[in-house]
Design a protein around this ligand. Sequence first.
Ligand SMILES: Cc1cc2nc3c(=O)[nH]c(=O)nc-3n(C[C@H](O)[C@H](O)[C@H](O)COP(=O)(O)OP(=O)(O)OC[C@H]3O[C@@H](n4cnc5c(N)ncnc54)[C@H](O)[C@@H]3O)c2cc1C
Length: 455
Amino acid sequence: MNWRTPMAAVSVIHGQSALWRQCFRTAGVGSGHLHTSSCRATSKDHYKLLVLGGGTGGITMSARMKRKLGAGNVAVVEPSEMHYYQPIWTLVGAGAKKLASSGRTTASVVPSGVKWVKSKVQEINPDTNTVLTDNGMKITYDYLIVALGLQLHYEKIKGLPDVEDWVKFKIGSNYTVETVEKTWKVLQNFKEGNAVFTFPNTPVKCAGAPQKIMYLTDAYLRKVGKRNKAKIVYNTSLPVLFGVKKYADALWEIVKNRDIQVNLRQNLIEVRADRQQAVFENLDKPGETKVFEYEMLHITPPMGPITVVKESPLADEAGWLDVNKETLQHKTYPNVFGIGDCTNLPTSKTGAAVAAQSAILDRTISKVLKKEKPDRKYDGYTSCPLVTSYSTVMLAEFDYTGQPLETFPIDQSKERRIMYHMKADFMPHLYWHGLLKGLWGGPGPYRRIMHLGMK
Ligand SMILES: Cc1cc2nc3c(=O)[nH]c(=O)nc-3n(C[C@H](O)[C@H](O)[C@H](O)COP(=O)(O)OP(=O)(O)OC[C@H]3O[C@@H](n4cnc5c(N)ncnc54)[C@H](O)[C@@H]3O)c2cc1C
């Protein structure tokens, strides 16, 4: 593709390009309409709004922004042919759902009227409103939404064998499309010994997922009569079983009743696959390690920010996208916004959080386009359906303060069958037909109705 917009000539003043200021000057303030005519594309590679990443947040915001800005004005950069509904991998790893049910082609989820740039973002330069891709494209934008997710770091675990050999070495991991079915194979092959589950010493997406598969393993082994041959061990880097006390208390009861051993502050650092040994470091006593023999090892890998974000001026010190936690607008570049796992929003990284963020971000961008102050605030809402068996879920919902923010007027720290159906059957529909179409912004309005306006 050609790139003819002379962005290189755009001067940069106080981290804000002249083009950007010009766009703002000509925007129809308070009119309710967008006037970005001075920023109109002079080539095919300029978009009013560019979205980086076509995962949960990227497709959701593409749909919302296309409705706002019109066909042809929004593009999304995403290299993958397939789009996955990752939350269902918890059930795929336990044999309760098929992997195929989790994926659809990216072509089918990119909203019509949105240009799909099938490429990988290689560099983001917010001073010149430019993005470079790995196929040599230079794309310019008026507004940018970064939705690049996070990076998995299996390579940081010493000795981890090639993925092809994982089943032979009794290793699985629900965190990728390549490894999730291996969890199910290893579980089915389980004979006798330790089933060991890990939680790394980094932020993770869906902090409940590392233990959901453990409860399903317990349930599966009971079902097939092997539970008395298994010792189930949860080695977590965290100092708690779960970050919100109400749910943590209920989970401690469950692990006690199901005879599951929990070891806090234990971080997986090495796998000796040929000996079926996992080595953990005691984070409270650096250098002190403990070796666990295993018959099944489920790995939740270390995670971190995407390199292209980390290496851009958009990152905070830790490498995450540095956004305002209430408006999701970038702290330094006002025409840049962020959503989802790539951000430094101090809440648990989940698809449910993305849903709530999408409604706020939609509103923030509307206001910014009208040169008004963003007025709605994200409260950090996130949710984690803690699958505790093949028929029960504890639906954890909470906010920035770590306080429960529950949708239903019942005690959600109880395991319930209805919540399992919600997780396994209803939420996938809500994802494909509601969230990705930009029609679902989280349960906030329903929560207020169900609690008679009290929450
Ligand atoms: C096992 C598991 C269980 C989970 N369970 C739940 C759950 O029960 N409930 C829940 O709400 N959430 C759950 N989640 C978390 C949820 O899936 C994520 O939080 C959510 O998908 C985040 O959306 P995102 O858009 O930020 O990132 P993603 O959906 O991961 O999308 C990021 C996109 O960016 C693309 N990308 C990366 N690098 C580049 C690049 N350089 N250039 C262009 N594109 C790039 C990727 O290909 C990807 O498509 C779970 C996740 C896993 C793995």
